[in-house]
Design a protein around this ligand. Structure first.
Ligand SMILES: [Zn+2]
Length: 305
């Protein structure tokens, strides 16, 4: 399995006290250390091309993000989304990690990849930065797979505790992409109701505050995994957010690292059945450093099995 990351992703810094801190990625990379994860093929992420970004983002939005990193200090794009001097470079590398990983798994150089990157992406819409996200990394990767590799069917599984509103918004009318999400509801950003089905290609499983392992697994077992399986995706992308962990400060679920390992194994089964085992996973949320590190390691280990 390949691990894509880049030093710039450690330099994007939305400011003191912000939960989406560089320490998050330091914790993930320390957990994926060379002893326990010696078999990982470690790759420096390239920059996403403007062409790749413009498949899902408005050209004016791409230009604005690429020119908005301040020379020093911070620039605020919305209530909780800020740019520091390294942010545009980090955003390019984060999206570029996913497109490079898609190229690698579709050219059979690897069957699976994990992109340990930030800023996260799944809240960014075609025209708007929000929820700590600048470019929608998983959406850029998905659109790249459709355009450059001619896929007919691909799926995005999003298990971040927040709804991936940006990804849903971008692909709501795209029948080649199935988007399947579990998320806490009500919670930021407020979307993700079961009635939001797009062109029949969105499957949302909103679950209440307090959701624990049994209800989480049941939602995937009964509602999301069967849809993924029936869709027969040729490639599976994963928005891997670990903020449903019981220790996470931004949400109120009660999951453990084991639950992420369980779901990852089930996603690997779907990929093996239909996609030649091909999965590209990219880091989204997760704000308790210990829980994030343990959960990301459990996810990566299950992807490697
Ligand atoms: Zn989240």
């Amino acid at each position: 399995m390949r691990l894509y990351t880049h030093a710039a992703c450690l330099q994007h810094d939305p400011g003191p006290g912000h939960p989406e801190s560089p320490a998050r990625l330091h914790a993930v990379l320390a957990a994926l250390d060379r002893d326990r994860f010696a078999a990982l093929d470690r790759i420096e992420a390239s920059r996403a091309s403007v062409k790749a970004l413009e498949r899902v983002h408005d050209p004016a939005y791409v230009a604005r993000i690429l020119s908005s990193a301040p020379a020093d200090g911070l620039r605020r794009l919305d209530e909780d989304t800020l740019m520091s001097p390294a942010s545009a470079e980090a955003a390019l590398r984060a999206a570029g990690a996913v497109t490079a990983a898609v190229d690698a798994v579709l050219s059979s150089n690897a069957s699976r990849a994990f992109c340990a990157v930030r800023p996260p992406g799944h809240h960014a819409t075609g025209t708007r930065a929000m929820g700590f996200c600048l470019f929608n990394n998983v959406a850029v990767g998905a659109a790249h797979a459709l355009a450059e590799h001619g896929l007919e069917r691909m799926a995005i599984a999003d298990f971040d505790v927040h709804h991936g509103n940006g990804t849903q918004d971008i692909f709501a009318g795209e029948p080649r992409v199935l988007f399947a999400s579990s998320h806490q509801s009500p919670l930021y950003p407020g979307s993700g109701g079961v009635e939001e089905t797009g062109a029949g290609n969105l499957v949302n499983a909103p679950l209440p505050s307090g959701t624990g392992p049994a209800a989480f697994r049941q939602a995937w077992e009964d509602r999301l995994l069967p849809r993924l399986d029936a869709f027969r995706p040729q490639l599976l992308l994963v928005s891997a957010g670990f903020d449903g962990h019981r220790a996470d400060p931004l949400a109120q679920w009660r999951l453990d690292a084991d639950d992420y390992a369980w779901l990852t194994t089930r996603l690997v089964e779907v990929a093996r059945a239909h996609a030649g085992g091909r999965i590209v996973s990219t880091l989204e949320g997760g704000y308790d450093l210990q829980a994030l590190a343990a959960s990301a390691a459990a996810h990566a280990a299950a992807l490697m099995d």
